[in-house]
Structures are given as structure tokens and as C-alpha cells.
Design a binder for this molecule. Structure first.
Ligand SMILES: C[S@@+](CC[C@H](N)C(=O)[O-])C[C@H]1O[C@@H](n2cnc3c(N)ncnc32)[C@H](O)[C@@H]1O
Length: 262
């Protein structure tokens, strides 16, 4: 167990008061229940120089429960990196058994193909960094869930704008997970309010920005300042957005769960 904890390098205490408390949660409730492929992906990708960017495994457990409760079939992921949250999503949506690989297709064509078969459980996963995705891909393949994933190597805003143009895409996703550049979070939210169905969820990661959102700016490290400012602006906009019911969960690095209500 000690070894496995060392591999999880993202944050040694999350947002909690002590390192020991976070280790308690990880050792008691998280690592003992973490699915083998997720454990393996976390371990294999620990050598990536930015391994700390992976979604925290305790936050992943919350996502898994939400995916199951929603019976989510069609999801969208913005910010894949080495694929921890992507694999977690693929393992928690139903197995509908049809291969829908779209690496070489144009985005809109691949999306139309998906719409032709509404029953297909499917994840549209967008990231500019294919190399990071390919680091986790062998484990995704080994887990037998690659066919549920349509990886799009693109600037996320451009990819979303292309999807939004398709009238069939409106309200067609059950679930969205956003974990990419904070400067575009509100832009992503505006598009997702068209793509995610009423009753579906859009989840935004890092919305407490290591706790800095509640600190006076002058005590925040220089490298955290820009992210803190953008996160505060995004949180304020979400708090006023009548289209969603929200829960600002203090798990991982802060995760805001939005349920679309109109
Ligand atoms: C925090 S990591 C995602 C972690 C991932 N959810 C996981 O569990 O491993 C952020 C990712 O967003 C991607 N990204 C950042 N800006 C982007 C953009 N404008 N368009 C697409 N991807 C972007 C980065 O390449 C990086 O892989």
C-alpha cells in the first residue's frame, strides 16, 4: 500500500488539513477499491514529468458513482492527458459492443456516425497532446475499452465548435468532464450547455485551485496567481448561472458538479 501511495504524486494532502488525513482516505477507501486498470495506468504514467496533472483517484471515485447513477452512455472529456479520468469513464459506461474508432475520420463525419447508432456508449475525448494519451493507451487497450473512445487531437474549443454546428449534437451527451486550460472554462461551459442534455452533468476540475481562491492575492505564489484569478472568475459566473444546479465539492483539487436544468 505504501508503494502505491508513493506513485500517486499529484498532491500529498489534497485540500485537507493534513497529509495524514488524505493518506487515510486513500488507503482506507480509495486504493483498496481502485480498479486494476486504473491502478496500472497510474503506476505506468507516474514517470510522466507532469504526472501530478492526473485526476485525483478519490475524485475519480465520485465521478464513477455519478456516471453509474446517470447511466451515462455518451460523454465528452476535455483534457485527457495520460487518460486516468478517460479510462475511468470508459470503465463506468455500459458495454454496448460496437467498435467506433475515429482517429482518421473528420470530426463531423465521425460524430454523424455515432448519431446513426444512438445506443452506442461512447466518449468523445479531446486533447492537444496525443503523446500523453498514447502513454496510457496500452492500458486502455488491455482493459478492452478502447472501442468506446473517439480521441480527437485538437484545440478543445475548435473541436467543440465543430460538434455544436451539428444540430443532432444538441442535448446528446449525458455527461461532460472538463479538465483542461482554465482560461477557456467559461467558453467550454457555454458550448456544453448546448451539448449536454437537460438532467445531464458537466463537471469542472480544479475549481478550488489548491485552496488559493480563498487566500489574499499577496500570499499566493506567483505561479498560482493566474490560475487563481481565472478560477475565481469562473466560479463567480457559475454561481450566477440559472441553467445549472451546482455543487462545489471539496474533493481532489475542487470539483464543481453542474446539473443542467434548463
Ligand atoms: C490536467 S490535464 C488532464 C488530466 C486528465 N483528466 C487525467 O485524468 O489524467 C490537462 C490536459 O488538458 C490539455 N489541454 C490544455 N489546454 C488544452 C486546449 N486548449 N485544448 C485541448 N486540450 C488542452 C493538456 O494537453 C493536458 O493533457
Amino acid at each position: 500500500m505504501e508503494e502505491k501511495m508513493k506513485v500517486y504524486a499529484s498532491s500529498d494532502k489534497g485540500l485537507l488539513q493534513t497529509k495524514e488525513l488524505y493518506q487515510y482516505i486513500l488507503s482506507t477507501s480509495v486504493f483498496s477499491r481502485e480498479l486494476e486498470p486504473l491502478k496500472e495506468l497510474r503506476e505506468v504514467c507516474a514517470v510522466h514529468p507532469r504526472t501530478w496533472m492526473s485526476t485525483a483517484p478519490d475524485a475519480g471515485q465520485l465521478m464513477a458513482i455519478l456516471l453509474k447513477l446517470l447511466n451515462a452512455k455518451r460523454t465528452i472529456e476535455i483534457g485527457v492527458f495520460t487518460g486516468y479520468s478517460l479510462l475511468l469513464t470508459a470503465l463506468n459506461i455500459p458495454e454496448d459492443g460496437k467498435v467506433c474508432q475515429a482517429f482518421n475520420m473528420r470530426l463531423v463525419e465521425s460524430f454523424l456516425l455515432i448519431r446513426d447508432s444512438d445506443w452506442i456508449a461512447h466518449i468523445v475525448a479531446i486533447d492537444v497532446d496525443r503523446a500523453a494519451y498514447e502513454m496510457g493507451l496500452p492500458i486502455i487497450k488491455k482493459a478492452g475499452v478502447e472501442h468506446k473512445i473517439d480521441f480527437i487531437e485538437s484545440e478543445a474549443l475548435q473541436a467543440l465548435d465543430e460538434i455544436v454546428q451539428n444540430p443532432d449534437a444538441e442535448g446528446s451527451f449525458d455527461f461532460a468532464f472538463v479538465d483542461a486550460d482554465k482560461v477557456n472554462f467559461w467558453n467550454y461551459h457555454e458550448r456544453l450547455m448546448k451539448l449536454v442534455k437537460v438532467g445531464g452533468l458537466a463537471i469542472y476540475d480544479n475549481t478550488l485551485w489548491r485552496g488559493t481562491v480563498a487566500m489574499p492575492e499577496d500570499v499566493v505564489q506567483q505561479k498560482q496567481k493566474e490560475g487563481r484569478k481565472l478560477t475565481i472568475e469562473f466560479n463567480n459566473l457559475l454561481a450566477k448561472d440559472a441553467r445549472v444546479q451546482i455543487c462545489h465539492a471539496s474533493i481532489g483539487d475542487g470539483m464543481t458538479i453542474c446539473r443542467r436544468i434548463s
